[in-house]
Design a protein around this ligand. Structure first.
Ligand SMILES: [Zn+2]
Length: 237
């Protein structure tokens, strides 16, 4: 087998590598993923806000019923005939009435605060839903653009794959296997030349690590030798 064949294969495979990278780094894919994340966050937030609004509404009901009790008591006092009471009883009644009035004031204040809270939560909820809907719409567009990109790139990939298959037929199966193994790990280029720097110093053309004598000797009898450091297949020019 000649090294030229695997080099020819690699030359064409570079196109495949580029197409794969294009697919991985697709901007529509990244955007769609981000939008999907926004949708998820908005949905989780809306559920939490709904729960919070529910809790506040329950609290409002509780305060309202407490308020009703105090108001009824106040009405009861107002209906009483004070002329029929002793002075002491009237004073006692008056003190109780003041206390009731204070309670009423506090409850009303609580109610106002709770109403403000629930309004804030509902406003936040509406905003969150708006964000969700806008993201959903944009996501659908990005997803469709991405699907179109995938279709186009996959088409090109099939063309290159067919050509690669033809070339691969003439290549030694062991080398091809070693090549594909590295290629799957996203190592590219897989096959690199042996570099000589100064006299007798040989380096890997991929990572520039110096080769051992054993590896250099192996290159005299074999087409390629694997770099100990980056595992690329080194050939002698
Ligand atoms: Zn190397």
């Amino acid at each position: 087998m000649k090294v030229e064949q695997i080099l020819e294969y690699q030359k064409l495979d570079r196109e495949m590598f580029k197409l794969e990278k294009e697919l991985r780094d697709n901007p529509n894919k990244a955007k769609a993923n981000k939008l999907h994340e926004t949708m998820k966050t908005a949905q989780e937030r809306s559920v939490k806000l709904e729960e919070r609004a529910g809790a506040i509404l329950t609290e409002i009901d509780k305060v309202k019923s407490q308020l009703k009790i105090q108001q009824d008591k106040m009405a009861e006092f107002a209906a009483k005939d004070l002329t029929a009471m002793t002075k002491q009883d009237v004073e006692k009644m008056s003190a109780l009435k003041d206390k009731l009035y204070q309670n009423l004031q506090i409850l009303e204040k609580n109610l106002t605060a709770l109403a403000e809270n629930v309004n804030a939560v509902l406003a936040d909820f509406n905003k969150t839903i708006k964000t969700f809907n806008a993201s959903k719409e944009e996501f659908a567009k990005c997803k469709s653009d991405y699907d179109n990109d995938v279709k186009a790139i996959e088409g090109k990939k099939s063309e290159v794959a067919a050509k690669l298959q033809v070339i691969a037929k003439d290549i030694d199966s062991q080398i091809m296997e070693a090549y594909q193994k590295r290629r799957k790990e996203n190592i590219f280029p897989v096959v690199v030349p042996l570099m000589e720097e100064g006299k007798g110093s040989y380096f890997c053309g991929g990572c520039r690590t110096q080769l051992s004598f054993a590896s250099i000797n192996k290159l005299d009898s074999e087409n390629v030798v694997a770099c100990d450091h980056c595992r690329r297949l080194i050939y002698k020019k």
